[in-house]
Write a protein that binds this ligand. Structure first.
Ligand code: CP
Length: 292
């Protein structure tokens, strides 16, 4: 039984094994398999989610598991119960795997030392979002055949982005070059990637735009949506300068006409909804890995 707390701790072979297994699941025509029949999966989201929560639920159901959905907003968390007591409660009821999204950084790592069932990180503050990065890698590999040798630009609110962190760790292990582009006050000094201009960032094979995470900002971090779009947004004009073979990605949710123009979201270069589609087989592979 294996938790998945982040991609920093996985080696290239383990990442490739998950992507290969996701490819297996994507090819299955039978929608529901019985491989996890009799197993209970609990989705515990202490922070809002649409894509991650529902694609884990679809993945669990496709594997034949019993699914429990915990939502902090309608739970005893509202009476002051701690995250540890909540997870320990579900563990005592017999869950086999916990999928967990948390806001405070460091809490997931601490929980994993105390909870016996495997835990899967579904978004951990601004630390890591490993299943998002795995579905991003899966999308890139499907597009280009391999990750090694690709140049990937990650543009936007790097400081608050768990997606940027997980992608950086995994892409570098798999032999890709990662460039960052961000306003000075949204750069992360602890990460090992070069910051480049928008002009240079747009020359890459993959242009990954990040959401401006206003909910994590201190006041005044963003002067205005218009000036952000002008300086760091993927506008229709900027997208026209990308190489013909290059693709646009975004983990979503999207601030349309802030970090990416409305017309580009479903543009021929965009793989944004493909990324969401790939979230299901990738999460099937991760849940199966946790329980086998
Ligand atoms: N990309 C992502 O994590 O989306 P949600 O917050 O909707 O899960």
């Amino acid at each position: 039984q294996r938790s998945l707390l982040g991609l920093k701790e996985l080696d290239a072979e383990e990442i490739i094994a998950i992507l290969d297994r996701a490819a297996h699941w994507e090819q299955q025509e039978t929608k529901v398999q019985n491989v996890l029949q009799g197993k209970f999966a609990a989705n515990m989201f202490f922070e809002n989610s649409t894509r991650t929560r529902f694609s884990f639920e679809v993945a669990e159901k496709r594997l034949g598991a019993e699914v429990l959905n915990f939502s902090a907003a309608v739970s005893s968390v509202q009476k002051g119960e701690s995250v540890y007591d909540t997870v320990r409660t579900l563990e005592s009821m017999g869950i086999d795997v916990g999928i967990i999204r948390l806001k405070p950084i460091g809490l997931l790592a601490e929980l994993a030392t105390k909870i016996k069932v495997p835990l899967i990180n579904a978004g951990d503050g601004n630390n890591e979002h490993p299943t998002q990065a795995l579905l991003d890698l899966y999308t890139m590999r499907k597009q280009f055949g391999a990750i090694k040798g690709l140049t990937v630009s990650i543009i936007g609110d790097i400081l608050h982005s768990r997606v940027a962190r997980s992608n950086l760790y995994a892409l570098q292990k798999l032999g890709a070059t990662v460039k960052f582009c961000a306003p000075a006050n949204l750069q992360a000094s602890d990460l090992d990637a070069r910051y480049v201009t928008m002009e240079e960032a747009l020359k890459s094979d993959v242009v990954m735009m990040l959401r401006v995470q206003l909910e994590r900002h201190e006041s005044g971090m963003l002067s205005s949506a218009e000036s952000y779009r002008e300086q760091f947004g993927l506008t229709v004009e900027r997208a026209a300068t990308m190489p013909d073979h290059a693709i646009i990605m975004h983990p979503a949710p999207i601030n349309r006409n802030v970090e990416i123009d409305d017309e580009l979201v479903e543009h021929a270069k965009s793989r944004i909804f493909k990324q969401m589609e790939h979230g299901v087989p990738v999460r099937m592979a991760v849940i199966e890995r946790a329980l086998n």
